[in-house]
Write a protein that binds this ligand. Structure first.
Ligand code: CA
Length: 225
């Protein structure tokens, strides 16, 4: 569950956001002033901080700068003011995004999703992870998992999956797969690729859902986003 810190002094606004986000199954903590918010921001780990600009005590920009001095927690600034200067200020102070009030909750959720996706991509980059839907391949550990359940693959199955996942949206021809995954030992027919794709599908796909691996008739296979 994602941990959200909301720093917002307007009680009605705070309550509204709190209820909506809780409804979306986020864990949310509200601080009603800059000082409390800053302490919470620095003292605990958050997936995103929603930070009002106009706050009693320490204002939003100052809170933002102080968080940025030590932490990379994503910050979305909320503000009633909407001028170019404010926007630049907000982003200069280290905020990841900016949303002018009033806003529809869907808009906030959409921006949060962008922040989470960016975060996940960064983490994936650091850990050299390939991700596709619920599938995840940790290239360093050579571990494949789906929705956090480890999937046991043979070496060939693993190599084939990695090849496909590294080339999302690109159609890979059978003989190309045969060359790269089986290499020179491949005194075999190209239908060995079909056989291994079938093995792989049995292990990674979910019943009643479309296969992760699409067949491109007469050519080969592709994983699509
Ligand atoms: Ca305010």
């Amino acid at each position: 569950m994602k941990n959200i810190l909301l720093i917002e002094d307007e009680k009605n606004m705070a309550r509204f956001i709190e209820l909506e986000l809780r409804h979306e199954s986020f864990h949310i903590v509200v601080a009603y002033d800059g000082k409390t918010g800053l302490d919470l921001a620095l003292g605990e780990e958050w997936d995103v901080i929603l930070l009002d600009l106009m706050l009693p005590g320490i204002d939003g920009l100052e809170v933002c700068r102080k968080i940025r001095a030590t932490k990379k927690t994503p910050i979305i600034m909320l503000t009633a003011r909407d001028s170019v200067t404010d926007r630049v200020f907000g982003l200069d102070s280290g905020a990841d995004d900016y949303i002018p009030k009033p806003f529809a909750i869907e808009e906030l959720l959409a921006r949060m999703r962008v922040v989470f996706r960016r975060q996940e991509e960064q983490m994936a980059g650091q850990r050299s992870l390939l991700m596709h839907g619920e599938l995840q391949v940790d290239l360093n550990a050579r571990v494949v998992s789906k929705a956090d359940q480890i999937i046991e693959l043979t070496k060939r199955e693993y190599d084939l999956l990695v090849k496909l996942m590294k080339n999302v949206n690109r159609v890979l021809a059978r003989d190309m797969l045969l060359d790269t995954v089986w290499g020179f030992e491949a005194a075999v027919e190209t239908n060995v690729v079909d056989v291994y794709v079938r093995y792989l599908r049995n292990k990674i796909d979910s019943p009643k859902e479309p296969s992760y691996i699409q067949t491109v008739r007469g050519i080969g296979y592709v994983m699509r986003k």
